[in-house]
Design a binder for this molecule. Structure first.
Ligand code: TRP
Ligand code: SF4
Length: 412
């Protein structure tokens, strides 16, 4: 990795930012829980997390009838909270309530080559896949850049995404690099950097200067690392000065928008009720707040190994969708017994499904309980979003002040 791309590396994890968004286009199901939310819940205790409802993103594909977005926003936030996303540590907000995302999107659009957007793989894929929608719009082409703005507005270090979104983080890195290259060379950069160094105190300024020289003149990477650690340890300099000193250290300009890393989430292995991946469009989901009786009914009526017509026919677990759910919900000892029972026709499919039913129900019971607090008291949710939005705006504003300054738009 190029050292310049890595200005986050020395920051302790709890101060590094993670940004992720989710489109509000329907209620969340077990696939979202196992594929995304479980991961968010873990990340929120390791990093400073910003999780937002990507309502503008949803509009790029649902502009003709946005009613589903409006209906889904609050329900989705409740699903997040039910799954364990903790507003006490993560900042939860709605994208459209932080207009800085749009401002940054506009500014980035000025310097982003059209070809970068046209070659994002999801662009053509989704147009092909969603043929019933007219996606030859400006907004749809630009949506990965909007995503870049979402991420860069918080100067995030990490972006948890699935495989399908890695290209968007890659675009974000390229855009950040181009931005820094174009606008990181502020007038009087060197003097400003020298002045910033002095703000660390005489001793530190001297050390910084010596380490910088060792790195630039002798390529001493240890000195580079030490200097970075020194910068990270500074409590009393502004973010702007810190980024200046990072840039100056490595011989580049100021790093205004640091490049984020994709934090690849393992693809969800959550199978649906029919053995295909769980997905709304396959109608094979169990939603996070589904009624327990309905859950039981759905699993009871799941298809099994088609060769097993009668209870006396032996079956093959590897050809059975229920078996895939056992991989998630059932311990190995019990699984061995069930597989044996299936192959020898010793147990019936209803018996075999029982532990899955129990597994799903006990996973969802605490979520239903938590959700109840919020559905009974909607103001709780509104307040959480209000507070999250405020903190997000504060941070995004800080970035935008720097961005405007760098682009000559501060008019002071
Ligand atoms: N594009 C993402 C999706 O469709 C959602 C998203 C929007 C996002 N902005 C983001 C994810 C920023 C991570 C970071 O799933
Ligand atoms: Fe599937 Fe279990 Fe029936 Fe075997 S016993 S076919 S694994 S449901």
């Amino acid at each position: 990795m190029n050292s310049i791309t890595n200005s986050h590396a020395m920051i302790p994890a709890q101060f590094q930012r993670v940004v992720s968004g989710m489109r509000p286009t329907g209620s969340l199901h077990l696939g979202h829980f196992h594929g995304v939310l479980k991961n968010w819940v873990q990340l929120q205790y390791e990093y400073e997390c910003y999780f937002f409802v990507a309502d503008w993103h949803a509009l790029t594909t649902h502009y003709e009838d946005p009613s589903v977005i409006e209906r889904s926003v609050w329900e989705m936030v409740i699903d997040w909270l039910a799954a364990g996303v903790d507003p006490g540590t993560a900042r939860i907000f709605i994208q459209s309530q932080v207009p800085e995302h749009a401002e940054l999107h506009t500014l980035l659009s000025m310097m982003t080559p059209l070809s970068w957007l046209e070659r994002v793989p999801t662009y053509k894929d989704q147009q092909e896949k969603l043929k019933e929608k007219d996606l030859s719009t400006y907004g749809f082409l630009g949506y990965p850049l909007l995503q870049s703005a979402d991420i860069l507005a918080y100067r995030a270090a990490h972006v948890p995404v699935g495989e399908d979104q890695v290209a968007h983080v890659e675009l974000t890195r390229e855009v950040a690099r181009r931005f820094n290259h174009l606008y990181g060379k502020e007038a009087g950069f060197e003097e400003k950097a020298e002045r910033a160094a002095k703000k660390m105190g005489k001793k530190n300024a001297k050390l910084y200067s010596r380490l910088r020289k060792s790195f630039q003149e002798e390529g001493d990477h240890e000195a580079l690392e030490t200097a970075r650690a020194l910068l990270e340890a500074q409590q009393n300099i502004t973010i702007g000065d810190r980024e200046r000193l990072f840039g100056y250290l490595e011989g580049g300009g100021k790093i205004i928008l640091p490049e984020p890393q994709a934090l690849l989430t393992q693809a969800s292995k959550m199978p649906g009720l029919d053995g295909q991946k769980m997905s709304k469009s396959y109608h094979n989901t169990i939603s996070l707040r589904e009624d327990p009786l309905e859950i039981e009914r759905k699993i009871r009526t799941m298809p099994t190994d088609t060769q097993r017509v009668r209870k006396t026919d032996p079956g093959d677990p590897d050809k059975c969708p229920v078996w895939q759910l056992h991989q998630i919900y059932t311990g190995e000892t019990q699984r061995t017994m069930l597989a044996e029972g299936c192959r020898s026709a010793g147990i019936g499919c209803i018996d075999c499904k029982q532990p899955v039913i129990e597994g799903v129900l006990s996973e969802l019971a605490p979520m239903r309980e938590r959700a109840k607090n919020f559905t009974e008291e909607p103001t709780l949710v509104k307040n959480i979003i209000e507070e999250g939005g405020e903190l997000a705006r504060e941070e995004a504003k800080r970035t935008m002040t720097e961005v405007r300054q760098a682009m000559g738009l501060s008019y002071t």
